[in-house]
Ligand binder design. Structure first.
Ligand code: HEM
Length: 131
């Protein structure tokens, strides 16, 4: 599996663990105010990162491109900034609002870079060697 795919899965599983911890905290405390942070950790973190990793695993030529590393750095830093700042904002810390806004834009930039990667470069499929 390409290194970038591995990196994505390693990062994704951390977000699933964090997302589930937030879900359990909400369920136990019966205070669902951090629902947005829980949903974003699970969906932008676990689900989307796993899809990105799966795409790179299936398209090793794209995973070798330098932009793939930049895309990983941009997207993961956006989500890593967004989840805790959103959590704090939903807990009542209004000062976090601009941080959430900046993190959202960084995350979106990572998504646009991924779209660029999908639409450009080689699309040659790898075939299994004949036995
Ligand atoms: C053990 C694991 C999990 C626990 C304990 C948990 C717990 C919760 C709780 C208590 C809520 C609030 C429900 C409400 O206020 O209506 C919630 C909402 C939500 N959860 Fe989870 N969750 C878990 C895993 C996941 C996963 C893996 C995902 C996504 C991949 C996810 C996505 C969502 C979403 C999108 C919402 C918002 C639903 C809505 O607004 O209707 N959760 N979760």
């Amino acid at each position: 599996m390409p290194r970038i795919a591995h990196l994505y899965f390693r990062t994704a599983i951390i977000f699933l663990i964090i997302g589930i911890c937030m879900g359990l905290k909400m369920a136990i405390s019966q205070d669902h105010s951090v629902i947005g942070a829980h949903a974003h950790a699970n969906l932008l973190g676990w689900v989307t990162m796993a899809i990105f990793g799966g795409y790179y695993a299936l398209n090793p030529e794209k995973a070798e491109r330098r932009i793939a590393v930049v895309q990983y750095a941009v997207y993961t830093s956006g989500v890593t900034l967004m989840v805790p700042s959103l959590y704090l904002m939903l807990m009542g810390n209004e000062a976090m609002e601009p941080v959430v806004a900046i993190a959202s834009l960084i995350t979106f930039a990572g998504v646009l870079m991924f779209a660029f990667i999908i639409y450009t470069g080689s699309t040659a499929a790898r075939t299994a060697p004949a036995e």
